[in-house]
Design a protein. Structure first.
Length: 230
């Protein structure tokens, strides 16, 4: 006879079979999640190592470029300055322009004819060219006059240099195509003035034109480097 107690006993047996199976299922799911997590961590670690290698490679290119530019131009008769951190080539605008003018001096053409091929021979040589995103001609002024006036003056000066280099009078036609793909002009007005050896504002040093380069994805790489704590 199937009494109430027999039914309860049978239900306890069935429950006893159910709960171990459910526990095994949870354990299996948990193990799967753990395995997935471990795999993701391993992949992430490999990606970070690869990213670090890429960062080191890019930063190594910059260091080599700066060193090559210093070897070529530091102490040269051209009278230009090489920024040791960025590799920017800096020369006083008196080499190229009269005070408050944006028209190139006649003698500036000889200067550019000598400087530009040497500069590009370094930046666009094999091993560097693939990393160069931009070559920038950047104009700077002193504090005389308004910001907007000087913004236009420094822009016009940078444009005058670019216009000559890409124009019909520039003798090195073979490098113009490379420049057209990468050359830009920029204007800083007097937002980035320079100082003398005593740390005082120097109007003469602030009036300048710079040739700069930007490596591909440099800003993102630099930020990633900071995040990785390199």
């Amino acid at each position: 006879m199937n009494t109430k107690y027999q039914r309860l006993f049978k239900q306890d047996q069935e429950d006893g079979h159910f709960w171990p199976s459910f526990t095994d299922l949870l354990t299996t799911i948990l193990l799967c999640f753990m395995l997935i997590f471990i795999c993701m961590m391993v992949i992430k670690s490999l990606q970070i190592e690869e990213m670090k290698e890429t960062l080191d490679q890019i930063m190594g290119v910059r260091a080599k470029l700066v060193n090559d530019l210093k070897e070529e131009f530091s102490g040269s008769e051209l009278g230009v300055e090489v920024d040791e951190k960025t590799g920017a080539i800096i020369f006083n605008t008196e080499i190229l322009f009269e005070y408050n003018e944006d028209k190139l001096k006649p003698e500036s053409f000889t200067f550019l004819d000598e400087f530009v091929p040497k500069y590009l021979d370094i930046l666009l040589q094999s091993g560097y060219e693939e990393y160069i995103a931009e070559i920038i001609i950047e104009g700077h002024t002193d504090r005389d006059g308004t910001y907007l006036y000087n913004l236009k003056l420094s822009q016009d000066r940078a444009y005058s240099v670019a216009s000559y280099i890409l124009g019909g009078d520039f003798p090195y036609k073979n490098i113009q195509q490379h420049l057209k793909d990468k050359l830009t002009v920029n204007s800083k007005s007097f937002s980035d003035i320079r100082t003398d050896n005593n740390g005082d504002y120097s109007a003469n040093a602030s009036r300048r034109v710079e040739f700069k380069f930007r490596l591909k994805d440099e800003e993102i790489l630099e930020k990633t480097r900071e995040i990785l704590g390199k």
